[in-house]
Design a protein around this ligand. Structure first.
Ligand code: ADP
Ligand code: MG
Length: 257
């Protein structure tokens, strides 16, 4: 049964999608069966893995006209990696979802219906704490939170953590924080300060692995490839493979505990 991990942060541009694509691909390359569910109407994860952003996907599943199995596609480049695509139609979800029967658990129903086929399911959230994101947090086992190394990085996180707390106290008591991931790190005083702050604040919940700023990571999506296939020797490739190993190690520890 897959573990379901949401990538969330209502701040845009912090590395959610980049992490979704490259952590999912790294785990697949390490032999895990991984589904990436694109739940952002911008469909950056869909296009970043080389798929058309006009395909039927998560919106059709949420509306009940398609079953996930009918729209999930295998990555042509990475064995063990699948995508449930998104499209711009998903912008309607925040207003349409609440009207559905058992509205809070629509995403959960979809995710649960394919759980047994994968080891991990990653859900790439849009930069919002709206209804769809809460639906995703209700469907997830844990939340992975990318934090960009920049001034005021911690600002806004309390809002996200509050939302997580609310979901945990009501709709999904089992929800956990998977980890905090520092992204777009550059070796300078400000960035080091942010790294230290995050480590002080969140302790071992912050990953040891830090994702460095790397131009190749920004280029790879326009080639429709994860970084390991676009430029295996890039720092970004090494960073995300290391993250995948740390992720697996932590999950093995949790499983034993
Ligand atoms: P989000 O999904 O949180 O909005 P993205 O993953 O789309 O953020 O990242 C925002 C932008 O920054 C994208 O153009 C992406 O290619 C770029 N980017 C993300 N991580 C890195 C990195 N480590 N180094 C360089 N560019 C990055
Ligand atoms: Mg994104």
């Amino acid at each position: 049964m897959a573990k379901v991990i949401a990538l969330a942060n209502q701040k845009g541009g912090v590395g959610k999608t980049t992490t979704a694509i490259n952590l999912a691909a790294s785990l697949a390359l390490l032999g895990k069966k991984v589904l990436l569910l694109d739940a952002d109407p911008q469909a950056n994860a869909t296009s970043g893995l080389g798929f058309d952003i006009n395909l039927e996907g998560i919106y059709e599943c949420l509306s009940g006209v398609k079953e996930p199995q009918e729209v999930i596609l295998a990555s042509p480049d990475v064995k063990n990696l699948w995508i449930l695509p998104s499209s711009i139609d998903l912008v309607a979800a925040d207003t349409e979802l609440p009207k559905l029967e058992n509205a809070h658990r629509v995403m959960k129903r979809i995710v649960d219906s394919v759980r047994e086929k994968y080891d991990y399911i990653f859900i790439d959230c849009s930069p919002s704490l709206g209804y769809t994101t809460v639906n995703i947090l209700t469907a997830a086992d844990s939340v992975l939170i990318p934090v960009q190394c920049e001034y005021l990085a911690l600002e806004g996180l309390s809002k996200l953590l509050n939302t997580i707390r609310k979901v945990k106290s009501g709709l999904n008591p089992a929800l956990e924080i998977e980890g905090f991931l520092l992204t777009m790190y550059m070796r300078n005083r400000l960035n080091n300060q942010v790294v230290n702050e995050v480590r002080e604040h969140f302790g071992p919940m912050a990953y040891d692995t830090v994702i460095q700023r790397n131009i190749r990571l920004g280029e790879a999506p326009s080639h429709g490839k994860p970084i390991m296939l676009y430029d295996a020797s890039a720092t970004g490739s090494e960073n995300y493979l290391n993250l995948a190993r740390e992720f697996l190690k932590r999950n093995r520890k949790k499983a034993k505990a």
